[in-house]
Each structure stands twice: as C-alpha cells, then as structure tokens.
Design a protein around this ligand. Structure first.
Ligand SMILES: NC(=O)c1ccc[n+]([C@@H]2O[C@H](COP(=O)([O-])OP(=O)(O)OC[C@H]3O[C@@H](n4cnc5c(N)ncnc54)[C@H](O)[C@@H]3O)[C@@H](O)[C@H]2O)c1
Length: 331
C-alpha cells in the first residue's frame, strides 16, 4: 500500500519512465524523493510536480553517502537509474558501474535501512533474442550487450537479497516503452521518437538491418503503472515479472504505423545492422496480470498519436529537435 504516509525513493526519476512513475506516485500523495544526476534525465520532466512532498536531489547513485542519507525512513525504493544500451557499446565499464555495482550497493544500503520494498526495474534486454514466443519469465537469459548483462547482474543481486536475507524485493522486466518524454537525442535516442520526428520533419526514417527485427512496444504510462503495482502488491515479492503489451511488430511495420500517425508515407533508408541488436522480442505478461492485475490500456496507435500531440505542444520545430539526434548513435 502506498498512501500519503509513505516515503518513496525513485532513482532515475527525472528520466523517461521514472518521470512517468513519479507523476503517478504524486497522485497517491506519498512523499517522494527523486535521485537523478541528469546525465540523461531532464529537470523539466518533473518540474511541475515539485513541492513539499515531491523533492528532487541532483546526485549520483554511485555516491554511497548520499544514497545512505536518502534511504533513511524510506518505505519503497523504485530503482530505475541506469545508463543505456548504446552507451554500453562504447563505455562498458561505466555502464556496469552504474547499472550493476550501484544496484548492489543500493540493495545493501536499503536492506540495512530496513526499507520495506525494493523494486528493481530491469529490462527485456536480459533475454537476448527470443527463442520461444511469447517470452515467459523462465525464457533463457542471453544478453547481447553489456547493458543487458549489467541489467541481468542487477536483477540477480536483487533476487539474491530476497533469497539470502528475506529482503522484500521485486524484479520487473519492461519491454520497449514509448510515449511522451522519450529520448530522440544522443546515445539515448530510441526508434519511435527518432522515426516520429523524422516523419514530422519530412526526413527519411533510417532502419538498421532489414527491418524484420521485432519489438513489443508498451505505452510508458502502462509501463509506469506496472512498476508502481510491483511496489504495492504483496504477491509480487520475490518474483520476476514481465511488463509488455503482448503484441509483436517488426520495425518495417512500425515505420508504416508512425507514418500513419503523422499522416505521411515515409521514405525509408536501410543501413547496416546495429551491433548487439536483438532480433525478436515479444512478451508474455500473464504473470503481471495474475500477480499485479496489470493489463496495458493504450494501443500502439493511440500511444503514437499521444506522442505526436506531445511534440506538437512543445512548439519546437521537429527539425530543431533533430539537431541533437545521432543516426548511428552507438559510434
Ligand atoms: N525505455 C525503455 O524502453 C526501457 C525498456 C526496458 C527497461 N527499461 C529500464 O527502465 C529504466 C528507466 O529507463 P528510461 O528509458 O526511463 O531511461 P532514462 O535514461 O530516461 O532514465 C534513466 C535515468 O537515470 C539517470 N541516471 C543515469 N545514471 C545515473 C547515475 N549514475 N546516478 C543517478 N541517476 C542516473 C538518468 O539521468 C536518467 O534520468 C532503466 O532502468 C531501464 O533499464 C527501459
């Protein structure tokens, strides 16, 4: 139960999914502390929420003294702070330090501080390419990047704290999320915002590989709701839980869907495949339904329109936003 008496810590809370989670937590009237070093997060993602109950601390999750001071009297930790998949291709050690080592340290500190629930936000990237679909949580894990490997290490530490010490932890594995506040820029840039801005600017969409690779896209408000439920439902403790839409779509089909949302027939350019690119992801979310009562509410098409509206409301020309886009953003 999370209510006005609860004290919550959200690491990575100024990021894409984290800020959506904080928006939902703010509605519970809980006291929320957001820890984010803004390396990829943005203060404007959370600005409107800050008040005496929702506080922002700009700092690094690797700073043990800071993390210790923030875990005092906390009921629930939602741990989302991390560096991304493309970052890991060029900076494997830093990626590991933030995603894996900092998770172990945070678990240790939260356990000592007697935090009542620890929700670790992992990733479908821990699976690697699907061998059987839809992918259940017992599907083999075979990460293809240091990002996926470091997220898997983080989940293993999280489960180990449950098994060894009875610390009430939950691991959730979101599949690819999309929607407002997603990243188009730099090495954080994701396919849907990049496609959409390019379509809005009348520029070609760039597909790496043959476009037959598939993903299971979930609207970010659904993903955030699933994460929040993992912090509430007692049945989730000690469990590992997929959070996905349950629909598989190829990147070729996605390009068409984005074009339709924008109202254009997009021009497509094919480029060589991305290193470590997973070929197939398709979630089975039955466990989330059973344990959390989770069911995604927003379809891909509705979510794409919501993203387009968000860009239009920003009132910044897509051409200007695209100045921070890097097409081959792992190099
Ligand atoms: N976006 C997706 O499709 C997706 C899919 C599966 C899992 N996830 C997971 O969800 C979580 C959030 O991802 P996101 O997409 O919102 O990414 P994001 O980059 O927007 O959010 C991560 C946040 O962590 C912060 N951060 C990075 N290093 C930090 C550090 N050392 N100290 C403090 N803060 C730090 C960043 O500034 C950023 O705000 C991550 O754990 C990620 O692995 C995301």
């Amino acid at each position: 139960m999370i209510d006005h008496t609860s004290q919550i810590l959200v690491t990575g809370g100024a990021g894409f999914i984290g800020s959506n989670l904080v928006h939902q937590l703010a509605q519970t009237k809980a006291r929320v502390t957001i820890l984010d070093n803004l390396v990829n997060g943005k203060s404007q993602n959370i600005q409107a929420l800050l008040n005496e109950k929702v506080q922002f601390v700009q700092g690094d999750v690797r700073n043990l003294d800071l993390v210790k001071s923030l875990c005092n009297n906390v009921d629930v930790v939602f741990h989302l702070a991390c560096l991304g998949v493309r970052h890991s291709l060029k900076n494997p050690h830093e990626n590991h330090a933030v995603n894996a080592t900092a998770t172990l340290n945070l678990l240790d500190i939260a356990h000592q501080a007697k935090v009542k629930r620890f929700v670790y936000v992992s990733s479908s990237e821990v699976y690697g390419t699907a061998r059987t679909v839809p992918m259940v949580e017992d599907h083999p894990t075979y990460p293809m990047t240091v990002y996926g490997a470091s997220k898997l290490a983080g989940e293993c530490y999280t489960r180990a704290y449950f098994e060894s010490y009875g610390f009430p932890t939950v691991v959730v594995r979101p599949f690819n999320s999309f929607g407002p506040r997603s990243h188009h820029e730099g090495d954080s840039g994701e396919v849907i915002p990049k496609f959409m801005l390019r379509a809005m600017a009348g520029k070609p969409l760039i597909i790496f590989g043959d476009g037959k690779q598939t993903r299971d896209f979930t609207f970010v408000e659904d993903t955030a709701r699933g994460i929040l439920l993992a912090g509430i439902c007692d049945e989730a403790i000690g469990q590992t839980i997929n959070l996905g839409q349950g629909n598989e779509i190829s990147i070729n089909e996605l390009a068409r869907e984005v074009g339709e949302a924008v109202g254009v027939i997009p021009n497509i350019i094919y480029d060589s495949p991305r290193p470590g690119d997973v070929l197939r992801l398709y979630a089975n979310s039955l466990r989330a339904k059973k344990l959390l009562g989770f069911a995604p509410k927003v379809s891909l098409q509705t979510g794409l329109l919501a993203l387009k509206t968000w860009y239009l409301q920003m009132d910044i020309p897509p051409e200007l936003l695209l100045q921070s886009e890097r097409p081959r953003n792992w190099e």
